[in-house]
Unconditional design. Structure first.
Length: 489
């Protein structure tokens, strides 16, 4: 009877071994989920630490923001000073141009006056020459007639009083004409001298005004150079101010976004833990149910086998004797034990390729790494790769995970962020510049599931998909970003 019980025990062990082998895959799945949950819980602890430190980081950033705002105020004051200088300089330039215009007009007037004086000089010279000729004739006649005595003879030779009056008037007229000629001659000579002096002084004045004009031109050129320099300085200051302002706004928005994203990552991580716990619970429940069914089947089979063997043993003992029957039973038990000790075969598995699929059907148009920003022009990290696709191209989740956030994001436009846990490592993928979003925060998505459509929103120079992969959670500094090509298949 002991041999019968030993045989039954060996049969139970055989069936138990088979059960263990059959349930091995489920056990491995449960262990994998346990490891995944442990990793998610560790990540949750890290997220909690970051959540605790982010307020301190925000205080530091607020201090930096205040400094930047102070600097921005200083630069604005400098720009206002330069604007005032520019206004004054432009006013000076206008005044100089007006002075130059007036000087040019005066020069033209002087030139015209000189020409007029030259013509007057010519006329005066002609009149003087004519008078000199007339006076020479008069002097010659006086010399020949004896001068004033002839006038007396003319008067004394009057035949009547009327004739006397007539001759006296004629003599006075002649004498007045001579006097007038002499006075006019003297006046013309004086005018001639004055005109000559005026011409000479006008020439000097013209030359002086020309020199002054050249000096004013030089001063004007200097003012223009100063204006250009001030404009360049203003342009430089404005560029610095705009860049600092942009960096300030980006930094501020990045901090706020990081805080929001961190909270969303925490929620997504909790969701992932819940899903993993639920999946583990389902597998454990299935394993329990399967184990219970298999145990019941094993017990039933073992009982039936034991009864059968007991009946066979009793029959053999009666017919052939106890020794022969025992020998056969031991041989059968040995074979059974040998069969039970042989392990059940398990299918082998091997992985290959990347962990993520391409999120959109299109060619790579821009690599990961440092580059000149296409909009701001500064040297910045391109924390992902660009895929050339048109507006409305279907967007797929690169791997299964939980949606962290879905909506507008500074610079990125419409954006989706997804948290993934793959082989014990957490990742975050980011999809930017989208035209539309068809998922929401906290939603679980499967690899290849359509989550939106590509577009041209945010800081984009043309339709494309900006795709990022981060090892761990997303952060504003993008310090844990990696080249997506390392993980894509």
């Amino acid at each position: 009877m002991k041999k019968v019980y030993s045989f039954a025990l060996i049969s139970v062990l055989f069936l138990t071994t088979v059960t263990v082998n059959v349930g091995q895959a489920s056990a491995e799945s449960i262990d994998g989920l346990k490891n995944k949950i442990n990793e998610l819980e560790k990540e949750q602890e890290e997220l909690n630490k970051k959540q605790g430190n982010i307020d301190n980081d925000k205080s530091e950033v607020d201090g930096d923001i205040d400094k930047n705002l102070g600097k921005q105020s200083d630069v604005s004051s400098e720009i206002n000073d330069i604007d005032e200088k520019l206004s004054n300089t432009e006013s000076d330039i206008d005044n100089k141009e007006n002075e130059i215009t007036e000087t040019n007009q005066k020069i033209e007037d002087l030139k015209n006056r000189i020409e007029a004086l030259k013509e007057e000089i010519i006329v005066l010279k002609e009149r003087i020459e004519k008078r000199e000729a007339l006076l020479k004739d008069r002097l010659r006649a006086i010399q020949q007639t004896g001068g004033d005595m002839k006038y007396i003879e003319v008067i004394l030779g009057s035949k009547s009083f009327g004739d006397f009056i007539s001759r006296s008037g004629a003599v006075n007229t002649i004498m007045n004409q001579d006097k007038t000629i002499m006075e006019e001659q003297t006046a013309d000579k004086l005018a001639l001298e004055d005109n000559k002096k005026e011409v000479e002084s006008s020439k000097v004045e013209v030359e002086e005004r020309k020199v002054a004009l050249e000096d004013q031109k030089k001063e004007l050129v200097a003012l223009k150079g100063q204006l250009d320099e001030q404009k360049d300085q203003r342009k430089t200051l404005m560029a610095q101010l705009e860049e600092e302002h942009e960096d300030l706004e980006d930094h501020k928005l990045s901090l706020e976004e990081e805080k929001q994203i961190l909270a969303a990552q925490t929620d997504a991580n909790k969701k992932a833990v819940q899903l993993a716990e639920q999946e583990k619970g389902n597998l454990e429940q299935l394993a329990k149910e399967k184990a219970a069914k298999e145990k019941a089947a094993e017990e039933k089979a073992a009982k039936e086998q034991a009864e059968k063997e007991q009946q066979q043993a009793q029959a053999k003992e009666k017919s052939a004797g106890s020794n022969n029957s025992s020998s056969k039973s031991e041989s059968s038990s040995s074979k059974t034990a040998s069969t039970a000790s042989a392990p059940a075969s398990t299918p082998s598995s091997s992985g290959g390729g990347g962990k993520f699929i391409w999120p959109a059907n299109g060619p790579k148009t821009s690599d990961y790494g440092w580059r000149s920003h296409p909009i701001s022009g500064g040297k910045k990290l391109h924390a992902g790769m660009d895929i050339g696709v048109g507006i409305g191209t279907p967007l797929q989740a690169a791997a299964s995970g939980v949606v962290i956030s879905a909506g507008a994001m500074n610079g990125y436009g419409n954006t989706i962020m997804i948290s993934h846990s793959i082989d014990g490592q957490s990742y975050t993928t980011l999809y930017a510049h989208l035209d539309s979003v068809s998922v929401s925060a906290g939603q679980h998505v499967s690899q290849g599931q359509t989550i939106g459509a590509t577009g041209n929103t945010g800081g984009s120079t043309g339709p494309h998909l900006h795709f990022e992969i981060h090892e761990g959670g997303w952060n504003a500094a993008k310090s844990n970003s990696v080249d997506p090509l390392k993980y894509l298949r």
